[in-house]
Design a protein around this ligand. Structure first.
Ligand code: BTN
Length: 312
């Protein structure tokens, strides 16, 4: 682990001011080395207060590469962990990793060109949880729809477990809080004939980051805005991976549970698919993952993908 990360690890556990001397002794380096490392951390954006007595970390919401390693060591689906401070998008890195046949968790503090569904830009400032899961499993292509439901449901469960927050789900895989967009899932698949080669599951959750409304098709919200205080992202991440794995093992109950948290079912919706625009009441999700919509002419439409708007 680099000196910077070792300093952050010590500072995040302590509420009191830590002197340069104490840090230097604990890490077996000079005080100058500590001071230089602190400067580099500050330049990166870590909020370390410096006073005559020493250093304090103001924002304790820190995720370290070691934390990811620990999470991965408990996982049966993901073999490697990759931490970045700033990259264009975790999706691109995940693709490279998956192409080389390795599964893993890729997390970035910031993304320069984060992307959302349907080619939208995804604003990824520091404080949010931005990750991609590179999943390598031999799933029949016709069963891959479940990954979208599984991932968004895992987020809902993890939010509940971590912060006692009850989020809801907008079809196909948006996470809502108070009717506003808290996060979303971006699923990219590669398949050979009718078997999945790998799935890249991009997960974005607004946690302590500022959200700008203009980035979303509906108003957005963050956890810190909802709770009125900043939270730590690490429990959310750990719970998310745990719930992902739990749900993966009991795949046949996912749709039923998803429906219980759905904000879409029972609503009048407009859905833009590649072929047409459909308006009607969304009333169910079938075993193949299709959303069932009854139009005003009483025609039942089975919709597998599209952009969904809640009308009332
Ligand atoms: C959506 O449009 O609702 C999906 C948003 C997915 C955003 C996440 S953030 C981590 C990963 N990297 C990206 O560039 N996008 C996904």
């Amino acid at each position: 682990m680099s000196l910077e990360f070792r300093i952050l690890e010590i500072l995040r556990e302590k509420d009191e001011i830590l002197s340069g001397e104490k840090l230097a002794r604990e890490l077996d380096v000079s005080r100058v080395a500590i001071w230089k490392a602190i400067k580099r951390l500050q330049e990166k954006g870590y909020s370390i207060r410096v006073s005559r007595k020493g250093y304090t970390l103001e924002n304790k919401d820190i995720i370290l590469p070691e934390d990811l390693e620990k999470i991965i060591s408990r996982s049966s689906l993901f073999r490697t962990a990759h931490y970045y401070y700033e990259i264009p998008s975790t999706m691109d890195l995940a693709k490279e990793i998956a192409e080389s046949g390795i599964s893993g968790l890729i997390l970035a503090e910031k993304q320069k060109s984060g992307r959302g569904r349907l080619g939208r830009y995804w604003d990824s400032q520091q404080g949010g949880l931005w990750l991609t899961l590179a999943l390598i499993i031999p799933l029949p292509l016709k069963e891959t729809f479940i990954l979208s439901y599984l991932s968004s449901l895992a987020v809902v469960r993890a939010l509940n477990k971590s912060y006692n927050i009850h989020a809801t789900l907008k079809w196909p895989n948006d996470i809502l809080l108070s009717g506003k967009k808290l996060g979303g899932i971006l699923l990219e698949l590669k398949a050979e004939v009718d078997l999945l080669s790998y799935a890249l599951i991009g997960i974005g959750i607004n946690v302590n980051n500022k959200v700008s409304e203009k980035n979303f098709e509906i108003p957005a919200i963050s956890i810190s805005e909802f709770l009125g205080t900043n939270v730590k992202r690490l429990p959310l991440l750990a719970n998310l991976i745990e719930q992902f794995e739990n749900l993966f093992r009991s795949r046949n109950t996912i749709i039923e549970e998803w429906k219980k948290h759905s904000d879409t079912l029972g609503k009048m919706v407009r859905i833009n698919t590649l072929e047409e625009t459909i308006e009607g009441i969304a009333y169910d999700i079938d075993r193949d993952g299709a959303l069932l919509v009854r139009t005003k002419n009483n025609v039942i439409k089975r919709i597998f993908s599209g952009d969904c708007f809640h009308l009332r």
